[in-house]
Design a protein around this ligand. Structure first.
Ligand code: PMV
Length: 326
């Protein structure tokens, strides 16, 4: 039996604008994870994927095709992609996946499930994929989920490191001078990234110059944020998060609940707060001094957050690979 896992993720700056070539910053969220286990199955029994959290079992019928529906795309498509990449037939395996990452909440659940599944599959078959090989495979799964993903989710989750990311260029090495603390607060409302990304695309088509200016402003914020994080100056990061949130509101991807949670975090002493991920639902992140983390978390719960996770963003132990890949 082999086991593999992958973390959730949060986007610190730059979501949506990253789809249009602007930089974004994201970090792994280690507190929530997807896990996959692969066990040998009886000869000629084929491959099944069991998801006990939702009490569903899916069978891999072929290396290609199958319905374009969320469960198949999440649990079967990653395995088809990996087997085709490895040039292998369908093995006799029983795979089981579990995840503590809430779905449709901007925390990278789809990319983490796919990463855990493909890693467990490869380990069971005696193939080891490098992260540079795995990342484009998970990107393909993201394309199936979202149509036009920037590639940020698969990149931060596969490398499990904070990344400064520009679509098409792969992860860029990036220093974090000192660790800093974020609270991740869940609205409890799900939202589909392909819908918010589609709405932003329609907004851009309707008013190209105005919306491109918003993307450029968000990109400028991500660049400034990188410089501050590299310098270890966190207090000015807060207002940058607030400005990024306002720009995302202008892109119509915030919601009353997201706005309310951000306001509650700021009022309780967070340095800044913004929605994280696709928006309309999902999570906000709030930047806090460690001493304020407890009261801000309390204020977020009082304002309706269904869950609050405290996480520390820190420098990776190893440098990012320099070879661009996506
Ligand atoms: O999957 P989510 O909800 O974290 O959103 C991903 C971030 C977007 O910028 C909205 C889309 C993308 O592909 O980068």
């Amino acid at each position: 039996m082999v086991r593999a896992d992958a973390p959730g993720k949060i986007i610190l700056f730059g979501e949506h604008a990253v789809v249009y070539g602007q930089p974004a910053i994201a970090a792994p969220l280690h507190a929530v994870r997807a896990t996959a286990v692969a066990e040998p199955a009886l000869p000629v029994s084929g491959l099944t994927v069991h998801a006990p959290d939702i009490d569903r079992t899916l069978r891999l019928e072929a290396l290609d095709g199958g319905p374009d529906e969320p469960l198949h795309n999440a649990l079967v498509f990653p395995i088809q992609v990996a087997l085709r990449y490895l040039g292998l037939p369908i093995p006799d395996l029983r795979m089981t996946v579990r995840s503590t990452i809430p779905i449709a909440s901007g925390l990278g659940s789809g990319a983490a499930l796919a990463t855990a599944l493909v890693r467990a599959l490869c380990a069971a078959l005696g193939h080891s994929l490098t992260n540079d090989e795995l990342n484009p495979l998970i990107f393909r799964v993201e394309q199936r989920h979202h149509g036009t993903p920037s590639g940020i989710d698969n990149t931060v989750i596969v490398y499990e490191q904070p990344v400064y990311f520009v679509s098409g260029t792969g992860p860029q090495p990036f220093t974090i001078a000192r660790p800093f603390t974020l609270l991740v607060a869940d609205t409890g409302h799900g939202s589909f990234t392909h819908e918010t990304v589609g709405d932003v695309r329609r907004l851009h088509e309707a008013a190209p110059a105005q919306v491109a200016a918003i993307f450029a402003e968000i990109g400028g914020i991500a660049r400034q944020a990188r410089a501050l994080i590299e310098a270890g100056e966190f207090t000015p990061l807060g207002p940058l998060m607030d400005s990024n949130h306002d720009l995302l509101r202008q892109l119509t991807v915030s919601s009353d609940t997201l706005d309310r949670l951000c306001a509650a975090a700021r009022a309780a002493g967070a340095w800044g707060a913004k929605l994280s991920g696709g928006g309309r639902g999902g999570n906000i992140i709030a930047l806090v001094d460690d001493e304020r983390a407890g009261p801000v978390a309390e204020a977020l719960r009082a304002a309706g957050a269904v869950n609050v996770i405290q996480t520390v963003v820190r420098a990776p132990e190893q440098a990012l690979p320099c070879s661009p890949s996506r």
